[in-house]
Structure formats: C-alpha cells, structure tokens
Design a protein around this ligand. Structure first.
Ligand SMILES: Cc1cc2nc3c(=O)[nH]c(=O)nc-3n(C[C@H](O)[C@H](O)[C@H](O)COP(=O)(O)OP(=O)(O)OC[C@H]3O[C@@H](n4cnc5c(N)ncnc54)[C@H](O)[C@@H]3O)c2cc1C
Length: 453
C-alpha cells in the first residue's frame, strides 16, 4: 500500500511531492502524460527540438525552474508517467498503463488533476478545423505545429490573447480575437483584477501586441456560423453593434476558460457545490485542501487559479497531509496561504471579466449540436423537456436523450447542457443538477477493465 499517492504531475502535484518527500514521506506520483509539467508547462514530445523559452515568453523562467526541480525530485519518488487513474474504489485506485490494468492501495490521496477546456457550442462548432483553445496550445507545445495558417481565436478567456500571441510568434496569422463578453464586463471587474497587477499587465501586453500587429479585436461578439464544407473557411460573427462580420480563416480556436477535472474527486468522496460566478460545479474542501478523510485536493482541479496558485495549493495540501500525520507546519506556509487566497480572488474577478455566455447558449437554435459524442442537438433536449412529465434535471435528461452519455461522459457538453436545462425549466444552476461522475472517468478499452493484475 502506498503512503501518499498524488495524481497529477503539474505544478500542484510536483510542489506537493517535493514537500512530502522533504519530510520523509513515501510518494507515488501518477500522471497519464508521458512527461511531467502538466498542461501549462507541457514539454514537447521527445525528439522535438522546440524553442520553449521563446514560446513561453515571460513564463520561460518558471517553466525551466519547474522542470529542473522535477528532475531533482524524480529519483526520490515512485513516478509513474503514462498511467491513467480511471476509477477509485474506497482506498484502491484503478490504473491503466500501456494497456495493462493494475490496482494500487493508498493511505492518503492527493488529487492535483488540473483542468480542461470549457466549450460553449455555436453553429458549426463541430466542423473539422474548430479546436479548443487548449487543444490549439497542446498542438503548439507538444508537437510544434499550428492548427491552421490563419486562425480565429473565439470565446471568453484571458488565454485567447496569450495563445494568439504564441501563434504569431511561431509564424501563424491571427484572423481575429473575438471575445463574447462586452468590454463593460472587463471594466466592471477591474478593481478585482488589480489584485494581481503583473498578470493584468501581461494580459494588456498581449492584447496591445495584437493590436499593434493589426489583429482585429472584438468584444461582445456573438458567433453566428462557421463557413466552409469539410474545411473552415471563415468565422461569421455579429459584433456588439449588431453588424455581421466575416473573418476568413482556416481554423478556429474556441476557449471559454477552464473547468476543473473533478470526476476522480467525486468518486473519492468529495462534495461538489454549484458556483454562480463560474457557473460550474466545484469540489469543496477546507482552506488546507481537505475534502474527505484521507483525501486532499490541490491546483486547478480544486479551484482555477493558474500555475502559481496551483503550486501554492500543492504546498498547502501537502502541509495538511503532514499535519494529519502528526508533523509540524513547514516554514513559509502562512505566506503561501495568503498569496493563494489573493490569486483565487483575482481568478474570480477574471471569471467575471471573461464570463461564460449564458444568454448566448440559451438562445442557440435547435439544430446546433450539443453532445458531439452522441450527435444530439439542442432541439432534442428541449423537446424531451417539453413532454408531459419530461425531465427537468441533468441526469434524467441524459437518460432520456443520451446527451452526456458518450465517450466524454459529459465533460465537454455538461456545462452547456446545464444552461439549456436551467433556461428551459427556469431553474437555478444548482437546481438543474450535475451529471454524476462514473468510472471509467476517461475512455478505456473493455479488455483493460477486466481482471486487474
Ligand atoms: C489545455 C490547457 C492549456 C493550458 N495552457 C496554459 C498556458 O499556455 N499558459 C498558462 O499560464 N496556463 C495554461 N493553462 C492553465 C494551466 O495549465 C494551469 O493553471 C496549471 O497548469 C495548473 O496546474 P495543476 O498542477 O493544477 O494542473 P495541470 O498542470 O493541469 O496538471 C494536471 C495533471 O494531472 C494529470 N491528470 C489529470 N487527470 C488524470 C487521471 N485521471 N489520471 C492520471 N493523470 C491525470 C494530467 O495529465 C496533468 O498532467 C492551460 C490549461 C489547459 C487545460
């Protein structure tokens, strides 16, 4: 049985593992990725010689430092890359590595599973050539390739400007940065954004660079259609003045912020609550990251906060593990906690500045695909709900329409499904419900789920 298992080798998991091993604890660090670093500090696929320092820009030093720290940590832990944790059963993890299923018992579990892209559908979003923003960044950092030669960045996220800048750096053309939140929303959130002035300045710098390069910026945009059959040829928008605009492009990067990966936390016994600002179900934990007896949460998987906050929360959660094992608090913990709180408050203001487009989603026409795994349109959900005794809760809608029942298990369509259901039934987000997590949390072959070795 492992003493402490950490799932996720991003900044949160690495920082937690460092502190625990420094205090003599046995750590097993599991990650489905082939290399450590997580999402933001992803390394290129082995054999690829990419200029990561250039690509990471102002984050280059932190990127290099994290990887150097991990290299020093690696010999002191049981590190298992390329290993998916797909289920939790009491104090047993179900793992899959190179097609082989195994189990691992643990005394304490620290989940640092990070986040994934949140997607809002719009007409044409399932066409080839439309990528998530994170996917566009993975293509860049992992494979050194662009999703297109001329890319439109669409959505509501501070990462739109960052990714557009990274694309320009590697020779890509940016057709437009189209933000669905009105500029007034940014101004309203400004007092809260001033809590992290350097990050705010960095965002302004990326936007300023785009403007100087002649990239069109649109705030308060409504996406109308993707032109092109079999290949993206243009993005059609309605601007804030109601004018239709067409931006020729051969790919679209779609990003509406991030959504914590909460399935394992839920299977391990964490409670989730609906958060009105993010309009997401988020796992609940105390200020030290304790979510249930022996269960600790850290990083973006607990609360979206960025890489610095992820590191801090990794240290805070690891300190809670040490305290529960009878150890003393490590030095500097109070300062870490304070910075973490400040960064999380900043992130909340970011969520207001880059709002999830509730009204746009609820106004989408019936024919827009909501669940791309099962090819279910929004109309099918509305129709099921309009029936006598029709469903008015997410899990019943799923059972009747199959929306959320496919490969992604609702990880992609869940947030938009919630808005459709809440809108039709005139319910609060909390009352509309939550697609319950079920194992396997990610797709795996039936053969792998057979007898564990
Ligand atoms: C696609 C994407 C791209 C991003 N790009 C940027 C960027 O360019 N710049 C920036 O500032 N921020 C970026 N972010 C945000 C940034 O990743 C985070 O703020 C930061 O990395 C959070 O650190 P973390 O340790 O909490 O999680 P992460 O860094 O996300 O690490 C979580 C790790 O958990 C692993 N994991 C998750 N589930 C399982 C499982 N079931 N089994 C095994 N392993 C699992 C993942 O493989 C991952 O390595 C990005 C986020 C995403 C989702």
């Amino acid at each position: 049985m492992a003493e402490v298992v950490i799932i996720g080798a991003g900044p949160a998991g690495i920082a937690a593992a460092e502190l625990l091993t420094a205090h003599g604890r046995q750590v097993t660090l599991i990650d489905e990725g082939a290399q450590a670093g997580g999402q933001g500090y992803r390394r290129p696929a082995s054999g690829l010689d990419l200029d990561m320092a250039g690509l990471m820009g102002s984050e280059a030093r932190k990127y290099a430092r994290l990887h150097a720290r991990f290299a020093a940590l690696r010999p002191r832990i049981d590190y298992r890359p390329g290993t998916l944790a797909w289920a939790i059963d009491g104090k047993t993890l179900h793992l899959l590595s190179e097609g082989v299923a195994t189990t691992l018992g643990f005394e304490r579990l620290l989940l640092a599973t990070g986040a994934m892209d949140r997607v809002a559908p719009f007409p044409g979003w399932t066409k080839p050539g439309v990528f998530t923003l994170g996917g566009a960044q993975v293509a860049l950092k992992d494979q050194g390739c662009l999703i297109g030669r001329r890319v439109a960045f669409l959505g509501s996220s501070p990462l739109l400007a960052l990714a557009a800048q990274q694309y320009r750096k590697l020779g890509g053309e940016v057709a437009v940065i189209a933000d669905t939140t009105p500029f007034a929303g940014k101004l309203a959130a400004l007092p809260g954004l001033l809590r992290a002035p350097r990050t705010l300045l960095r965002g302004a710098f990326y936007l300023g660079g785009a403007l100087l390069a002649g990239v069109p910026l649109r705030h308060g945009a409504t996406p109308l259609a993707v032109e092109g059959d079999g290949q993206v040829q243009a993005l059609l928008l309605r601007d804030r003045n109601g004018r239709e605009q067409r931006f020729a492009c051969d790919a679209i990067a779609l990003g509406y912020g991030l959504k914590p990966e909460t399935q394992l936390a839920e299977l391990a016994g964490a409670r989730l609550a609906f958060d009105e600002t993010y309009r997401l179900w988020l796992p609940q934990a105390d200020a030290e990251g304790r979510a249930a007896p022996g269960l600790y949460l850290a990083g973006d998987g607990l609360a979206i906060g960025g890489a610095d906050a992820a590191e801090d929360s990794g240290v805070v959660a690891a300190s809670a593990v040490l305290a529960d094992l009878g150890g003393a608090a490590p030095p500097g913990l109070v300062a870490r906690r304070r910075r973490l709180q400040r960064l999380r408050r900043f992130q909340r203001s970011l969520a207001q500045a880059f709002a999830w487009p509730v009204a746009q989603i609820r106004a989408l026409p019936d024919e827009v695909v909501l669940c791309r795994c099962e090819n279910i349109g929004i109309g099918a959900v509305r129709e099921a709900m309009a029936r006598e005794l029709g469903p008015a809760e997410l899990n019943r809608v799923k059972a009747i329409t199959r929306c959320g029942m496919g490969r992604c298990q609702g990880r992609v369509c869940g947030p938009a499904l919630l808005e459709i259901v809440a809108g039709v039934a005139e319910l609060s987000g909390a009352a509309a419900g939550r697609l319950r997590a079920q194992a396997p949390v990610k797709p795996l072959a039936l053969s792998a789920a057979g007898e564990p070795r």
